[in-house]
Design a binder for this molecule. Structure first.
Ligand SMILES: [Zn+2]
Length: 339
């Protein structure tokens, strides 16, 4: 029997804990809504309970290699502390790694949820054939991550891989990060829905406004359906998202010349609608891309693992850590170099 690891993906709406074996099979998953748990203490307690339950269940089928936890927000990688998170209100300076290790007596690796999603995709998704790749995760906002020669690139302070805040329009809409015209202000779900609500003129806007009025819970998926039916106002919004992403991908190709760029996350479900605009911008803006021969060009595609990508990646983090190829810089002192 292959050995296994536990992957945990904690988001703003749900806590998911899964058993994943070394062959990349997800054997069992427990999903719990986060909102009713309210506090970080109760969420961590539930997380440990679920991990304990799954570990006991699979005890004897193989060795537990470790626990990988993916969390949204700013993480102190060396200390295993979640500094803060826009998706988890009230979580400030929570020593997640230490807490879980103390309760369970097992090795824990902690990383950002987007980094985990990229690692999952690299391991058993669209990145299986490459050594290096870049991925955008389109959700409420836009996250991402980069893998260079098999390892997550964390950067100097652990914050590398934030393509959502790359400037694509210097005087564009303000972003909560303090900048203007970030990719996120065009391709994140919040921005896409804001544009839908603001769309009061132009072809197709009348139908779009009527749809929004009728549907109180109008989502990006509803906007996809409208675009798929040919609504021009909806298509134009996705064109804006595609062009912003394409501008960013072109810059990444010029900078890193990687073989693979992947678009993942919930909003990537509209790939068929916005991908032509991504490719058009890349072709126009990246001379590195244009100079590559058509049969060996960088590939720009969508993620394959869907919502479970982060779970696979979290489990993989633990497997790599158990082999000594630790992707989470555990033993590195970050931001506290000796004088
Ligand atoms: Zn920003």
């Amino acid at each position: 029997m292959p050995n296994f690891a536990i992957g945990v993906d904690l988001g703003g709406t749900s806590l998911r804990v899964a058993v994943v074996n070394e062959s990349g099979e997800l054997l069992k998953k427990i999903t719990t809504p986060v909102k009713p748990l309210r506090t970080s203490e109760r969420i961590i307690a539930t997380m440990c309970q679920d991990i304990g339950e799954l570990t006991r269940k699979f005890d004897g089928t193989g060795e537990l290699l470790g626990i990988g936890i993916a969390i949204p927000g700013i993480i102190d990688m060396s200390a295993g502390i979640l500094r803060r998170s826009p998706n988890l209100p009230g979580w400030q300076n929570v020593p997640v790694r230490e807490e879980v290790e103390r309760r369970l007596g097992a090795t824990v690796v902690l990383d950002n949820d987007a980094n985990a999603a990229v690692l999952g995709e690299y391991w058993i998704g669209s990145g299986r054939e490459v050594e290096s790749m870049f991925m955008y995760t389109l959700g409420t906002g836009v996250g991402g991550g980069v893998i260079l020669n098999g390892s997550i690139w964390h950067g100097m302070t652990g914050m590398a891989g934030e393509p959502g805040h790359m400037t694509v329009s210097p005087d564009g809409p303000p972003c909560p990060c303090g900048n203007n015209g970030c990719v996120e202000q065009f391709a994140g779900a919040t921005a896409i829905l804001r544009k839908a609500h603001e769309c009061t003129s132009g072809k197709g806007s009348r139908e779009l406004m009527a749809e929004i009025r009728q549907n109180e819970t109008f989502t990006v998926e509803d906007l996809f359906s409208l675009a798929a039916q040919g609504n021009e106002a909806a298509i134009k919004i996705f064109e804006g998202a595609g062009r912003a992403l394409g501008t960013s991908v072109a810059a990444m190709i010029n900078l890193l010349d990687l073989p693979l760029y992947v678009i993942g996350g919930g909003v990537a479900g509209g790939w068929s609608i916005f991908s032509p605009f991504i490719l058009e911008e890349v072709e126009r803006r990246s001379f590195v891309y244009r100079s590559q021969s058509p049969d060996s060009r960088a590939v720009i595609t969508h993620a394959l693992l869907g919502g479970d990508g982060g779970l696979f990646g979290a489990a993989r983090m633990a497997m790599l850590a158990s082999q000594g190829t630790n992707p989470a810089m555990r033993d590195r002192s970050v931001g506290s170099a000796a004088p």
